[in-house]
Write a protein of this length. Structure first.
Lengths: 185, 197
């Protein structure tokens, strides 16, 4: 009888123990390096650089950019600055490659739109009244671009009504903090 | 269901001790084997029997974190920079209670200028059960989907951002950080973005 109970307990115990975690260890979850051939913003006023690739079609409409024949994706690079002492948001610079003005380079051309302006942090979106949302002024009256703060390293693009945007099998509407490193020219 | 296994050695005259010990050992082995068989049979059912419905299908192209990988079955030394995901979540008849999932992935090195992989990539399939839990360290009210792999018994966690978006978490339940090229957000298939609606 005792042996039966022991056998049962051993089997039950092996089932009840939580499965070990499969996902990336926290120590390996860190910003990746991103090569740039531009000057790298540095100093305590730089809050962070966030990059990502998103689907193009719907967001081009939000930004009032001309639709292009090849608008399957956009490449984003957002630099957020803040006051070095108060840590309050100050200005941003945003590069969107894949839409906007034509830029000629040796042997090829691409489209790019550059934005600069002020940014602030507001609270609340329809699905989450406590959400922290970064609001970027686009330079037109009452025209803003919104990003939901996932955490210090991950931002989610939301639309004009602060609703989530849904990506596709190739790209999401997510920007990730990166560490810029100089490329070899 | 209850199982009652009993032996009655009372007919043995004067209780022959060596034979009783041998019988007890056989009893132990039989009981353990029976229990193992029952458990194995239960665990082998990855798919819900008839009556289950698809709760959602989510797709993504994500990076492949260096060091520990986002998925079990990807060797640490494998050439992996990109993973494509096709995740189907099943629920009960109404789809509200989680039951099982099937995950089809391809991983490998991306083929420049295409959404594909060099050499076609390596396939990785997983299936098992999924559950819903509450809370991550940064948000006690967050909804987390936990998927357990039948083969390895390892779990993966996703933060539910919305009905249409899931985001992969690390071992400390923090959002996985993507790269300049790809992110760890999974997107629902079939629910078209409706903008202002």
């Amino acid at each position: 009888m005792k042996n039966n109970l022991l056998a049962f307990a051993l089997i039950l115990g092996s089932l009840l123990v939580n499965g070990s975690k499969a996902q990336t260890a926290a120590a390996d979850n860190k910003p990746s390096q991103s090569i740039t051939f531009h000057s790298i913003p540095k100093g305590p006023a730089v809050y962070g650089v966030f990059q990502g690739r998103t689907p193009g079609r719907e967001i081009v409409a939000q930004l009032q950019l001309p639709a292009t024949a090849n608008d399957d994706k956009l490449k984003w690079s957002l630099t957020l600055y803040r006051h070095p002492h108060t840590l309050h948001p100050t200005t941003y610079s945003l590069s969107v490659v894949g839409a906007g003005d034509i830029v000629q380079q040796e042997g090829s051309a691409y489209r790019q739109k550059l934005y600069e302006g002020k940014w602030t942090i507001i609270t609340g979106m329809p699905s989450n009244p406590a959400a922290q949302v970064y609001r970027l002024e686009l330079g037109r009256p009452a025209a803003y671009f919104y990003l939901l703060k996932g955490d210090e390293n991950v931002l989610f693009m939301v639309d004009e009504n602060k609703k989530y945007r849904v990506g596709n099998e190739f790209f999401s509407y997510t920007l990730n903090r990166v560490e810029l490193v100089p490329g070899n020219k | 269901m209850t199982i009652d296994v009993s032996f009655y050695p009372g007919w043995l005259p004067h209780g022959n001790l060596p034979e009783m010990k041998a019988m007890n050992q056989r009893k132990f082995v039989f009981t353990a084997s029976l229990l193992l068989f029952i458990v194995a049979a239960a665990c082998s059912q990855a798919k819900e029997p008839g009556g289950s419905s698809v709760t959602g299908v989510f797709v993504a192209s994500t990076p492949c974190s260096q060091g520990t990988r986002p998925l079990p079955g990807i060797p640490a030394g494998a050439g992996c920079e990109l993973i494509t995901w096709h995740l189907t979540l099943y629920g009960d008849g109404s789809g509200k209670t989680p039951s099982t999932y099937i995950l089809h992935c391809v991983y490998g090195l991306p083929k420049q200028g295409t959404p594909g992989f060099i050499g076609g990539g390596e396939k990785l399939d997983m299936e098992g059960k999924w559950t819903i839990s509450k809370g991550v360290p940064s948000n006690p009210g967050a909804t987390v989907y936990q998927l357990t792999d039948n083969k390895t018994n390892k779990t993966m966690s996703f933060l539910k951002l919305s009905d249409d978006l899931l985001h992969l978490l690390d071992s400390h339940q923090r959002l996985l950080i993507g790269t300049a090229a790809w992110s760890y957000t999974l997107n629902r298939v079939g629910r078209k973005y409706t903008g202002n609606k």
